[in-house]
Design a protein around this ligand. Structure first.
Ligand SMILES: CC(C)(COP(=O)(O)OP(=O)(O)OC[C@H]1O[C@@H](n2cnc3c(N)ncnc32)[C@H](O)[C@@H]1OP(=O)(O)O)[C@@H](O)C(=O)NCCC(=O)NCCS
Length: 152
Protein backbone atom coordinates (compact mmCIF):
# COMPACT_ATOMS: atom_id res chain seq x y z
CA UNK A 1 0.00 0.00 0.00
CA UNK A 2 1.52 3.30 -1.14
CA UNK A 3 1.81 6.03 1.49
CA UNK A 4 3.00 9.63 1.69
CA UNK A 5 6.10 9.52 3.92
CA UNK A 6 7.65 12.95 3.32
CA UNK A 7 6.67 16.31 1.84
CA UNK A 8 8.58 19.57 1.40
CA UNK A 9 9.83 22.33 -0.87
CA UNK A 10 13.21 22.72 -2.59
CA UNK A 11 15.40 25.76 -1.83
CA UNK A 12 18.34 27.44 -3.60
CA UNK A 13 20.84 25.57 -1.37
CA UNK A 14 19.57 22.26 -2.83
CA UNK A 15 20.67 23.09 -6.40
CA UNK A 16 23.65 21.90 -8.44
CA UNK A 17 25.79 24.11 -10.70
CA UNK A 18 23.29 23.56 -13.55
CA UNK A 19 20.49 25.14 -11.52
CA UNK A 20 18.41 22.00 -10.95
CA UNK A 21 18.18 20.03 -7.73
CA UNK A 22 21.31 18.00 -6.87
CA UNK A 23 20.82 14.23 -7.26
CA UNK A 24 22.40 13.40 -3.90
CA UNK A 25 19.91 15.68 -2.16
CA UNK A 26 17.04 13.85 -3.87
CA UNK A 27 18.42 10.43 -2.91
CA UNK A 28 18.79 11.55 0.72
CA UNK A 29 15.12 12.61 0.84
CA UNK A 30 14.06 9.27 -0.65
CA UNK A 31 16.26 7.34 1.78
CA UNK A 32 14.76 9.31 4.68
CA UNK A 33 11.19 8.66 3.49
CA UNK A 34 11.93 4.94 3.13
CA UNK A 35 13.41 4.86 6.65
CA UNK A 36 10.20 6.43 7.99
CA UNK A 37 8.15 3.62 6.46
CA UNK A 38 10.59 0.97 7.74
CA UNK A 39 10.25 2.38 11.28
CA UNK A 40 6.48 1.91 11.03
CA UNK A 41 6.98 -1.77 10.21
CA UNK A 42 9.72 -2.78 12.67
CA UNK A 43 10.74 -1.71 16.13
CA UNK A 44 14.49 -1.84 15.47
CA UNK A 45 17.22 0.29 13.99
CA UNK A 46 17.70 -0.41 10.28
CA UNK A 47 20.43 0.64 7.87
CA UNK A 48 20.34 1.22 4.12
CA UNK A 49 22.01 -1.78 2.48
CA UNK A 50 21.47 -0.94 -1.18
CA UNK A 51 19.64 1.21 -3.69
CA UNK A 52 18.51 -0.41 -6.93
CA UNK A 53 16.49 0.33 -10.07
CA UNK A 54 17.04 4.03 -9.44
CA UNK A 55 16.09 6.55 -12.13
CA UNK A 56 16.15 10.32 -12.35
CA UNK A 57 13.30 10.74 -14.83
CA UNK A 58 12.91 14.54 -14.87
CA UNK A 59 14.72 17.52 -13.32
CA UNK A 60 13.49 19.19 -10.13
CA UNK A 61 13.59 22.98 -9.85
CA UNK A 62 14.08 25.57 -7.14
CA UNK A 63 10.87 26.13 -5.19
CA UNK A 64 9.15 22.92 -6.30
CA UNK A 65 6.90 21.21 -3.77
CA UNK A 66 7.70 17.50 -3.63
CA UNK A 67 6.03 14.45 -2.13
CA UNK A 68 7.82 11.19 -1.42
CA UNK A 69 5.61 8.10 -1.61
CA UNK A 70 6.80 4.77 -0.26
CA UNK A 71 5.55 1.23 -0.48
CA UNK A 72 6.83 -1.98 1.13
CA UNK A 73 7.72 -4.14 -1.87
CA UNK A 74 9.32 -7.19 -0.29
CA UNK A 75 10.16 -8.50 3.16
CA UNK A 76 13.05 -10.93 3.52
CA UNK A 77 14.61 -12.61 6.51
CA UNK A 78 16.48 -9.53 7.75
CA UNK A 79 15.74 -7.04 4.98
CA UNK A 80 12.89 -4.88 3.73
CA UNK A 81 12.68 -3.42 0.21
CA UNK A 82 10.87 -0.11 -0.08
CA UNK A 83 9.78 1.19 -3.46
CA UNK A 84 10.12 4.97 -3.39
CA UNK A 85 8.77 7.61 -5.79
CA UNK A 86 9.37 11.34 -5.63
CA UNK A 87 6.60 13.41 -7.16
CA UNK A 88 6.73 17.12 -7.96
CA UNK A 89 3.66 19.35 -7.94
CA UNK A 90 3.10 22.06 -10.55
CA UNK A 91 2.72 25.57 -9.10
CA UNK A 92 0.29 26.46 -11.88
CA UNK A 93 -2.35 23.76 -11.78
CA UNK A 94 -1.19 21.54 -8.88
CA UNK A 95 -0.82 18.59 -11.27
CA UNK A 96 1.75 16.01 -10.20
CA UNK A 97 4.56 14.27 -12.09
CA UNK A 98 6.95 11.51 -11.04
CA UNK A 99 10.56 12.69 -11.20
CA UNK A 100 12.55 9.89 -9.52
CA UNK A 101 12.02 6.31 -8.41
CA UNK A 102 14.06 3.55 -6.83
CA UNK A 103 14.10 0.63 -4.46
CA UNK A 104 15.83 1.06 -1.09
CA UNK A 105 16.80 -2.08 0.80
CA UNK A 106 17.06 -1.74 4.57
CA UNK A 107 18.50 -4.33 6.93
CA UNK A 108 17.38 -4.54 10.56
CA UNK A 109 20.31 -4.42 12.98
CA UNK A 110 20.84 -4.56 16.73
CA UNK A 111 22.89 -2.12 18.82
CA UNK A 112 26.09 -3.93 17.74
CA UNK A 113 25.21 -3.49 14.06
CA UNK A 114 24.48 -7.23 13.61
CA UNK A 115 21.52 -8.30 11.48
CA UNK A 116 18.22 -9.07 13.18
CA UNK A 117 15.30 -11.15 11.83
CA UNK A 118 12.36 -9.00 10.74
CA UNK A 119 9.78 -11.29 12.35
CA UNK A 120 11.50 -10.82 15.74
CA UNK A 121 11.13 -7.04 15.62
CA UNK A 122 7.88 -6.71 13.67
CA UNK A 123 5.49 -4.17 15.19
CA UNK A 124 2.31 -5.72 16.55
CA UNK A 125 -0.13 -3.50 14.64
CA UNK A 126 1.17 -3.64 11.07
CA UNK A 127 -1.27 -3.72 8.14
CA UNK A 128 -2.44 -7.24 7.18
CA UNK A 129 -0.58 -7.12 3.85
CA UNK A 130 2.72 -6.84 5.75
CA UNK A 131 2.03 -10.03 7.73
CA UNK A 132 0.93 -11.74 4.52
CA UNK A 133 4.23 -10.75 2.88
CA UNK A 134 6.16 -12.26 5.77
CA UNK A 135 4.20 -15.49 5.66
CA UNK A 136 4.29 -15.87 1.87
CA UNK A 137 7.25 -17.68 0.32
CA UNK A 138 9.93 -15.06 -0.27
CA UNK A 139 9.75 -13.51 -3.72
CA UNK A 140 12.91 -13.10 -5.69
CA UNK A 141 13.88 -9.44 -5.90
CA UNK A 142 12.58 -7.66 -9.00
CA UNK A 143 15.29 -7.44 -11.64
CA UNK A 144 17.46 -10.11 -10.01
CA UNK A 145 17.17 -12.42 -13.01
CA UNK A 146 18.27 -9.84 -15.57
CA UNK A 147 21.12 -8.70 -13.26
CA UNK A 148 22.35 -12.29 -13.06
CA UNK A 149 22.23 -12.64 -16.84
CA UNK A 150 24.13 -9.38 -17.47
CA UNK A 151 26.79 -10.38 -14.93
CA UNK A 152 27.65 -13.55 -16.84
C1 LIG B 1 23.70 -4.01 6.54
C2 LIG B 1 24.77 -4.94 7.14
C3 LIG B 1 24.63 -5.01 8.66
C4 LIG B 1 24.52 -6.33 6.53
O1 LIG B 1 25.49 -7.19 7.04
P1 LIG B 1 25.85 -8.54 6.26
O2 LIG B 1 26.63 -9.41 7.17
O3 LIG B 1 26.42 -8.18 4.93
O4 LIG B 1 24.42 -9.17 6.07
P2 LIG B 1 23.95 -10.35 5.15
O5 LIG B 1 24.93 -10.77 4.12
O6 LIG B 1 23.44 -11.38 6.12
O7 LIG B 1 22.71 -9.67 4.37
C5 LIG B 1 21.67 -9.07 5.09
C6 LIG B 1 20.51 -8.86 4.16
O8 LIG B 1 20.88 -7.94 3.15
C7 LIG B 1 20.57 -8.49 1.85
N1 LIG B 1 21.57 -8.02 0.92
C8 LIG B 1 22.89 -8.25 0.92
N2 LIG B 1 23.48 -7.62 -0.12
C9 LIG B 1 22.48 -6.96 -0.78
C10 LIG B 1 22.45 -6.13 -1.92
N3 LIG B 1 23.55 -5.82 -2.60
N4 LIG B 1 21.27 -5.62 -2.29
C11 LIG B 1 20.14 -5.91 -1.63
N5 LIG B 1 20.12 -6.69 -0.51
C12 LIG B 1 21.27 -7.21 -0.11
C13 LIG B 1 20.66 -9.99 2.06
O9 LIG B 1 19.90 -10.66 1.07
C14 LIG B 1 20.06 -10.12 3.44
O10 LIG B 1 18.65 -10.03 3.35
P3 LIG B 1 17.68 -11.23 3.87
O11 LIG B 1 18.17 -11.63 5.23
O12 LIG B 1 16.34 -10.59 3.93
O13 LIG B 1 17.79 -12.32 2.86
C15 LIG B 1 26.22 -4.46 6.78
O14 LIG B 1 26.45 -4.70 5.39
C16 LIG B 1 26.40 -2.98 7.07
O15 LIG B 1 26.53 -2.59 8.22
N6 LIG B 1 26.43 -2.12 6.01
C17 LIG B 1 26.55 -0.68 6.17
C18 LIG B 1 25.16 -0.03 6.27
C19 LIG B 1 25.25 1.47 6.31
O16 LIG B 1 26.12 2.01 6.95
N7 LIG B 1 24.33 2.13 5.58
C20 LIG B 1 24.38 3.54 5.36
C21 LIG B 1 23.86 4.36 6.48
S1 LIG B 1 22.26 3.91 7.05
Amino acid sequence: MRQLSLKGRTFPTDLNHAGTVFGGWVMAKMDKAASIQVEEVINSPAVTMSVSNFSFLKPIHNGDVFMVYTQVERIGNTSIDIHVELIVRSKEDLSEKKVTQGVFTFVAVNSQGKTVKIREVLRSHVAPYITEMLEAPQKERKGTESQNVSNK
